[in-house]
Ligand binder design. Sequence first.
Ligand code: F6P
Length: 321
Amino acid sequence: MKRIGVLTSGGDAPGMNAAIRAVVRTGAAKGIEVIGVRRGYAGMMDGEFETLGPRSVANTVQRGGTILLTARCKAFYTPEGRAIGASKLKEAGIEGLVVIGGDGSFHGAHYLELEHDIKSVGVPGTIDNDLYGTDYTIGYDTAVNTALSAIDRIRDTAASHERLFFIEVMGRHAGFIALDVGIAGGAEEILIPERPESLEQVIEIVRESAKKGKTSSIIIVAEGYEGGGLKVMDTVSKATGLDARVSILGHVQRGGSPTASDRVLASRLGNAAVIALLDGKSDVMVGIHAGEVVHVPLHETWEKKKDVSLEMRELAKTLAM
Ligand code: F6P
């Protein structure tokens, strides 16, 4: 293999630039040319390619977002869209591809190989941490820390006004961010889609909490839980008559400079992706498990489910007394 492409796709995540940098510099070290594909699969279909050398990625390791830009590309879910993308890659002499993104991006890479024999390796980049086969995804640690610092601030107001706060965090259909920030932020309750308490139970929990003498409470709501924070706040405050507020943290969780942990993870996985391609591996994701780099078939990353830890759920309940 002499020329490979790299792209970011789906939601941006802090650390994606560190991963791009690792791909480009590992490629340079191994004597292969690295082509950046701009705007994910949408840019691939338009042939938006640029050669990246070691200097192209200077001063990017600490930057959030993605220098290659990203997109959610509906056309790439169709065989016609993928055929256009594949022909652009072939015209440019790109023999292999590193795809940095989440499960939607990995679907694209999987079918590109199946239908057009483009060898691809996935690098898990999403704040949601919802990919099977890797303990952590790039961007998750930063998003958790960003959300946590917002929650700490909201707690000041909750305590001063003796209020009940519902704080909605991202995570799509998964509760990983919610569980971590809930434990680290000392939340009274954490509502996640994986093991949902009913809204009736939540109302009961809030009533019990008031009886115990708690004058303020923080309840973390994963966006995938029962219609999100707004709905939960509305139902609970109507039922209890308590003065409640909702705060939806939203896209603030996606931005910002990556933590050290995300930069190191991204550097390791970007490097591992290029080595995997050169070793003849493809249709796999490089992930991290128990501190070691692992290779997981792409289809397993969405077919198998990474579950939240039961032990963490129990811990959160015990500590919220
Ligand atoms: O996958 C990352 C993520 O931020 C999710 O947590 C969230 O549900 C979604 O993307 C939001 O997507 P968009 O920025 O396209 O609205």
